[in-house]
Design a binder for this molecule. Structure first.
Ligand SMILES: Cc1cc2nc3c(=O)[nH]c(=O)nc-3n(C[C@H](O)[C@H](O)[C@H](O)COP(=O)(O)OP(=O)(O)OC[C@H]3O[C@@H](n4cnc5c(N)ncnc54)[C@H](O)[C@@H]3O)c2cc1C
Ligand code: SF4
Length: 564
């Protein structure tokens, strides 16, 4: 098929991703530009700048793909807008109570003292979806062009520079033919592109490989967070109450824990985070999350409550040493895409926002200087590492690696790291890609592995199977489009992976996208139910053979977390 003619849109700055990082970058850039022009107007030195700034977001609306419910450290937000509360930032409640529990199968042991990094005094319980929609309103009012429903599908690279992105085509059918409503993607060319695509960014992944941005850095490591939002009986919650747990339902070799946040309006946010470096090929993160809700300390919290929403998303937990080189000519990478998250605190909103703001500062300087080379832009990385966000990450630089051998050694490492300001007994502690740690069936179970475990089943109100939970996520895609999960060799799924790992994609995908179904004539074949996908990126990360690539489906598709 001939390459279609594409429109070209030229902007000065393009931001990919309408999460907290991308929006903070957009707002800061506008603030800095206004300050720059005001200075020129005052002292008459230099030229005024008039910049076109656009932000694209693959979700149907800004906030559609933001997993609601978070504890927000307001440090970066306050720098962005010192009057964020007076200006109507929709926070649910200041944190009023912090607890950490160890859960055994039947009991709960509250920590007598909350470790300092887990104390949330001064932070807010917030719905990320609401916060980013508020930020989007402010960005739009400041003159930023927000383009939701547009997914960046490919980077535009010229020589050693990123010169923009190509958005995805719309109106292609499942066989790759053009439908009547075919619209070719457009090339958005920019002097500087900020990649703020969240965890396992599609373009970031291509650029990291192509320009070796991870050379000399630790590999990326992720966890997956699976969560639900429930509406509880009126008055049954204490807004601002924050509970973190460890232990049940995870065994001691698996990294992770749960969070429970009491929001305003009787909403309860509950989720489980599981390291995507788990070892048991039969582990099923969705089923583990469902088990969490049946724990005797947690079940009563959901009595009489009604589920409102479900979602899942990867979280970059590799920390300071896993931050790739976050710039190349014409491009800066910020937030979750660059692993700028404090894994110990499970917080990346404030560090992402700060990174976005620093990226904006560097971008304006580059445009004023007319120099968008990698050398000039490298001041962004220096600034990030020197900032409070970089220093905060540095203090917990070995946190995740400390848990490589399980919970108990992990707790000992954490304690030692805390008293040595992050150093611990070895610095850096070794790390490695999570998918390489999955054991084969034989390694896990010996010569006679148990049968394939079944996923969670609906119990009539508390526990849900995957398909019911997908319904709760509001996920919707155009059905007649090419599959956006590219499996480079399905023979491996049907032979080696089946024998060696019992097709773990059927379990690690929290949205029932991958199914091994009987093949006519015997055996099994892989069926991909792509329209269920909640865009969590787990398959791209955890597949033991690394043969799955997640690419953006048609813009506007995916979960719809915005309704909360
Ligand atoms: C379950 C869970 C709980 C969490 N709890 C907390 C918490 O309590 N406190 C905290 O501070 N942090 C928390 N985090 C982490 C926090 O959500 C992230 O660190 C933060 O959202 C990162 O912001 P970001 O803008 O970099 O990425 P994101 O928030 O992921 O935003 C990226 C945006 O880019 C869009 N996008 C991606 N690819 C493309 C593309 N190709 N084209 C166009 N658009 C694209 C996405 O749709 C998304 O809207 C949690 C994360 C999870 C998953
Ligand atoms: S297909 Fe992949 S990205 Fe989509 S929900 Fe499943 S694991 Fe997540």
């Amino acid at each position: 098929m001939a390459e279609p003619e594409r429109d070209v849109l030229e902007v000065d700055v393009l931001i990919v991703g309408g999460g907290p990082t991308g929006l903070a970058a957009a707002i800061r850039l506008r603030q800095l530009l206004d300050a720059h022009n005001a200075r020129i107007d005052k002292d008459g030195s230099g030229d005024r700048l008039d910049l076109s700034i656009a932000l694209i977001e693959k979700g149907n609306e800004i906030g559609s793909h933001a997993i609601s419910g978070a504890v927000l450290d307001p440090r970066a937000l306050r720098e962005l807008d010192p009057e964020f509360e007076q200006n109507g930032c929709p926070l649910e409640s200041p944190v009023t109570e912090d607890s950490v529990w160890y859960l055994s199968a039947g009991g709960r042991w509250p920590f007598p003292i909350i470790p300092p990094p887990l104390r949330n005094h001064g932070n807010f319980v917030a719905s990320l979806g609401k916060v980013v929609r508020w930020m989007a309103g402010r960005a739009e009012a400041a003159g930023i062009d927000l383009l939701p429903g547009f997914a960046a599908a490919a980077p535009l690279i010229e020589g050693d520079a990123l010169v923009g992105v190509r958005t995805g085509d719309k109106g292609i059918d499942r066989n790759g033919a053009r439908r009547a409503n075919f619209e070719p993607g457009i090339d958005i060319r920019a002097r500087v592109t900020l990649l703020c695509e969240g965890p396992r960014g599609t373009l970031t992944k291509v650029l990291v490989d192509r320009f070796k941005l991870d050379e000399g850095r630790h590999p990326q490591v992720y966890a997956v967070g699976i969560k639900e939002v429930w509406e509880c009986p009126k008055g049954s919650l204490t807004p601002g109450r924050v509970i973190h747990t460890m232990g049940y339902p995870l065994d001691h070799e698996t990294y992770g824990g749960s969070f429970i946040y009491h929001m305003a309006d009787d909403l309860l946010d509950i989720g489980l985070v599981i390291g995507l470096d788990y070892r048991n090929p039969h582990l099923d993160p969705h089923a583990q999350f469902q088990r969490l809700k049946t724990h005797p300390a947690i079940r009563p919290m959901l009595k009489g409550a009604k589920i409102l929403s479900y979602g899942a998303k990867a979280i970059p937990v590799g920390g300071y040493y896993a931050v790739p080189r976050p710039q190349l000519a014409g491009c800066l990478i910020a937030g979750d895409s660059a692993s700028m998250l404090n894994a110990m605190r499970l917080k990346g909103i404030h560090t992402g926002m700060k990174a976005g703001m620093l990226a904006a500062e560097t971008t304006l300087e580059a445009l004023v200087a007319g120099d968008t080379s990698q050398e000039f832009l490298s001041r962004y990385e220096q600034r990030f590492r020197a900032s409070w966000a970089g220093r905060e990450m540095y203090r917990v630089r070995n946190f995740h690696a400390g848990f490589r051998n399980g919970l108990l050694p992990g707790l000992v490492h954490s304690a030692l790291q805390m008293i040595s300001r992050g150093r611990g007994i070895r610095d850096p502690l070794p790390s490695g890609p999570g998918h390489e740690r999955m054991r084969t069936l034989r390694q896990q179970f010996g010569a006679s592995p148990p049968p394939t475990p079944e996923g969670a089943r609906n119990d009539g109100g508390l526990v849900f199977d995957r398909v019911t939970d997908i319904f709760h996520s509001g996920t919707r895609h155009e059905e007649d489009q090419p599959v956006h999960l590219l499996v480079s060799d399905t023979d491996i799924c049907e032979t080696r992976c089946r024998e060696e790992y019992d097709n773990p994609c059927q379990r690690f995908c929290p949205a029932a996208v991958y199914e091994m179904v009987p093949r006519e004539g015997g055996g099994k074949r892989l069926q991909i139910n792509a329209s269920n996908c909640v865009h969590c990126k787990t398959c791209d990360i955890m597949d033991p053979y690394q043969i799955i690539t997640w690419v953006p489906p048609e813009g506007g598709g995916g979960p719809e977390y915005v309704k909360l």
